[in-house]
Write a new protein. Structure first.
Length: 598
C-alpha cells in the first residue's frame, strides 16, 4: 500500500517521500531546501505547499503526472520590472482542478506576495491597456502570446487572460512600472525595488512527469521552457536521444532595455543561442545581435551592440526559450531532466534586469568546451558574435546539440558560419590544423567589417588563428589583432575563411607557379599575364578593391601570354586572380590608371 503523509510542519532540511497527501487547510512550508517526492502529490481542498527562499519541488514519476487535488503550491519568480520589455516564460503550475495530471495555465493564476504565505490575486487589466503596474500588481494581458510550429512572425497567437496555455507551452509577458516595497519573507528583498525585477507568485497544481511539446519540420519555431517547480538540466533535455525531432539548441529572447516603447518599429532585440555540446559541459552561449523592426514585423536597417552572456546550463523556474524542429513530432520534458540547483549559484540565471536570488552555491563539476568567439563589427553599428567549438564527436556537417542556426538571419548586413548552405552562429568541428572554416557575409550596401577574436576558452593558447581573404589570398592574425575590410553589396560564401595556418600552397605547389607573372600596362591599358611553363588555366577573374567582379574569362587553356583590356575600368586598386587546372590560385594586386599614367 502506498504511504500517505499528513504534514503540518516547516521543512528545514532535505526531505524525501514516496508520496504526499496534504490535507485540507494543512499548510506545508519549505524553506531553502528541496522537497523530493518519488511518486505523486495529492493537494486536498484549501491545502497549500509553499516553496520559499529558492526551495524547489522535484518528483520521480516516470510517465504522465498523477498529481491530484484542488490545493496549490506557491512558488516565486522574478521577471523584468520594465513594462516595455518582454520576458519569455513557462509556468511551473496549472489550474488547480480535481482531475489527475497537468493542467493549463493562465495569468489569472499570478499573484502579488503580501507575506511569506499570503498573496493577493493580480489585477488583469482591460485588453486595451498596455502598461502593467507593480503596486497594486496589475498585468496587461495584451502582451500574452504563445508560439507553436512557426515559420513567420504572423503565427504568434494572442492568449491574453485565457487559461489555455498547456503545460510546457511558453508565453510572452511584459513587466511592470512603478515599485512595491513589500518584503514578504523579511529578507530585505522587496517585490519590486523600482529598477530590476518584479516578483510574481505562481499558485496552482504543480506540473510533473512527461510533458510533450509539438515541433515541426524545416526549423519551425516553438516557444517552450522549464515546465517544473524546480531547476531544469537544459543539457539533459536538449541532448536526450528521444528528443531528436528538434535541433538540440535553445534560443533566448534578449531586448535592448534602453528602448521604452510599445511600438514594434522601435524594438531592438534578437535571439541568443545556447549549444549544450555535451551533457556535462557548461555549453556555449552567443548573445543576440539587437535589431529594430517595422510595424509589420520586417527589419529596419538600424542595429546596435550585442547582448551579454547568460548562464543557461540549469534553467531556473519559469524560464522560457525557443526550440526549432527538424521533423514533425514531439519533444518531451521528463522528471529525469529535473534537478535541484539554486538560481544565481553560477550556472542558472533568469532573463531579467537583475538577479535577486540566494547567493548560495551548489557543488557542480564544470567542463568548458574548447572554443573561441569571433566578433565582426559591421559598419561600426553592431557586433555579430560567432563561436567555433572543438569537440571530438563533431562532424563537418550539422550536429544535433552543437551547431546553432542563426535566428536573426534577416539582418541587412551580417556574418555567420556557412554550413549546409545555411547561416549558423555556433559551429562545432573536430579540430585539424588543415581545416578551413567558411564564413558567409552579406551586405546590402557598401559595408565595412572588422574581424577579431575577443576570447579563447580552454583551447591551445599557442595555436594561431587567421582570417583568410580569398580575394587577394591574404591571411590576417585575428587572434592578436584585427582585420578590417570594406566589401561591395552582395553575398559572399567563398571569400572569408577561418584557418589555423597561413600557408596558401601545398608541398611543391609554389614551384609550379613561381614563374607565372602578372603586370599592368597602363600606357596601353592592358593587364598582361606571362605563363612560360604553359600551365593550364581554368579562369581569370578581376575584382575591384571592394570585391566586386569587374572582368571574367573562362577556359583560358595553356597559352604563354594573355592580354586583357582595362580601358573601360576606372583608376584604382584591383585583384587579379588566375585558377589553374590543379585548383591552384595565383593572385596579385595591380594598380590601374584610367589616364594611362602611374
Amino acid at each position: 500500500m502506498k504511504r500517505k503523509l499528513f504534514l503540518l510542519f516547516i521543512l528545514i532540511s532535505i526531505r524525501s517521500f514516496s508520496q504526499i497527501y496534504i490535507g485540507s487547510n494543512t499548510p506545508v512550508y519549505v524553506k531553502s531546501q528541496v522537497l523530493y517526492v518519488t511518486q505523486n502529490i495529492n493537494l486536498d481542498t484549501n491545502s497549500n505547499l509553499y516553496l520559499r527562499n529558492n526551495s524547489q519541488l522535484v518528483q520521480g514519476t516516470t510517465g504522465a503526472s498523477a498529481n491530484t487535488g484542488t490545493g496549490i503550491i506557491s512558488v516565486y519568480q522574478e521577471g523584468t520590472s520594465d513594462n516595455f520589455d518582454y520576458n519569455y516564460w513557462c509556468s511551473p503550475v496549472g489550474n488547480p482542478i480535481i482531475a489527475t495530471g497537468n493542467t493549463s495555465f493562465g495569468i489569472t493564476l499570478l499573484n502579488k506576495p503580501v507575506s511569506s504565505t499570503v498573496s493577493t490575486a493580480a489585477t488583469i487589466l482591460p485588453i486595451g491597456n498596455y502598461d502593467g503596474t507593480a503596486n497594486p500588481l496589475a498585468i496587461a494581458p495584451y502582451w500574452i502570446y504563445k508560439l507553436t510550429n512557426s515559420n513567420n512572425y504572423s503565427q504568434w497567437v494572442q492568449v491574453a487572460s485565457a487559461t489555455t496555455i498547456a503545460a510546457g507551452e511558453g508565453f510572452t509577458m511584459k513587466g511592470t512600472s512603478g515599485s512595491d516595497t513589500t518584503d514578504p519573507e523579511g529578507t530585505g528583498v522587496t517585490n519590486n525595488p523600482g529598477t530590476g525585477a518584479q516578483r510574481y507568485d505562481f499558485r496552482g497544481k504543480p506540473n510533473d512527469g512527461n510533458i510533450a511539446i509539438t515541433v515541426g519540420a524545416n526549423n519551425a519555431a516553438t516557444l517552450t521552457g522549464n515546465p517544473y517547480p524546480s531547476a531544469l538540466h537544459l543539457n539533459a533535455f536538449l541532448l536526450d536521444g528521444t528528443n531528436n525531432a528538434c535541433t538540440g539548441i535553445a534560443y533566448f529572447w534578449e531586448q535592448d532595455k534602453a528602448v521604452n516603447s510599445h511600438y514594434l518599429s522601435a524594438y531592438k532585440g534578437g535571439y541568443a543561442s545556447y549549444s549544450p555540446g555535451s551533457l556535462g559541459s557548461t555549453g556555449i552561449y552567443v548573445p543576440a545581435t539587437f535589431n529594430s523592426y517595422k510595424s509589420d514585423g520586417s527589419l529596419n536597417t538600424v542595429g546596435t551592440t550585442s547582448g551579454v552572456a547568460v548562464e543557461r546550463k540549469y534553467l531556473p523556474i519559469g524560464q522560457g526559450f525557443i526550440i526549432n524542429g527538424v521533423a514533425n513530432g514531439t519533444v518531451t520534458f521528463k522528471n529525469s531532466h529535473r534537478m535541484f540547483y539554486f538560481e544565481g549559484a553560477g550556472l542558472s540565471q533568469f532573463a531579467k534586469s537583475s538577479n535577486t536570488k540566494s547567493d548560495k552555491s551548489t557543488e557542480d563539476e564544470v567542463t568548458e568546451i574548447p572554443h573561441f568567439k569571433l566578433n565582426t563589427i559591421i559598419n561600426n553599428q553592431f557586433t555579430r558574435q560567432l563561436a567555433l567549438a572543438f569537440l571530438p564527436e563533431a562532424t563537418d556537417g550539422v550536429d544535433v546539440g552543437i551547431d546553432a542556426l542563426n535566428m536573426d538571419s534577416s539582418l541587412p548586413s551580417d556574418a555567420s558560419f556557412w554550413l549546409d548552405n545555411k547561416n549558423y552562429v555556433i559551429q562545432g568541428i573536430n579540430f585539424e590544423q588543415s581545416k578551413r572554416i567558411p564564413l558567409a557575409v552579406r551586405a546590402t550596401i557598401s559595408t565595412t567589417l572588422k574581424f577579431y577574436i575577443p576570447e579563447v576558452i580552454n583551447f591551445d593558447p599557442a595555436q594561431n588563428i587567421y582570417l583568410y581573404d580569398n580575394l587577394d589570398a591574404s591571411y590576417h592574425d585575428v587572434k592578436n589583432g584585427t582585420y578590417q575590410v570594406t566589401i561591395a553589396p552582395g553575398t559572399y560564401t567563398d571569400r572569408f575563411k577561418i584557418t589555423f595556418t597561413n600557408k596558401t600552397l601545398g608541398v611543391n605547389e609554389e614551384t609550379k607557379t613561381d614563374s607565372f607573372y602578372i603586370r599592368q600596362d597602363n600606357l596601353n591599358q592592358f593587364l598582361i599575364a606571362t605563363n612560360p611553363d604553359n600551365l593550364t588555366l581554368k579562369s581569370f577573374v578581376l575584382y575591384d578593391i571592394l570585391g566586386k567582379t569587374v572582368l571574367v574569362k573562362d577556359n583560358l587553356g595553356s597559352e604563354q601570354n594573355y592580354n586583357f583590356s582595362t580601358a573601360a575600368l576606372s583608376t584604382g586598386i584591383y585583384i587579379a586572380t588566375f585558377l589553374t587546372a590543379d585548383d591552384i590560385k595565383i593572385t596579385q594586386k595591380v594598380i590601374i590608371s584610367a589616364s594611362g599614367k602611374l
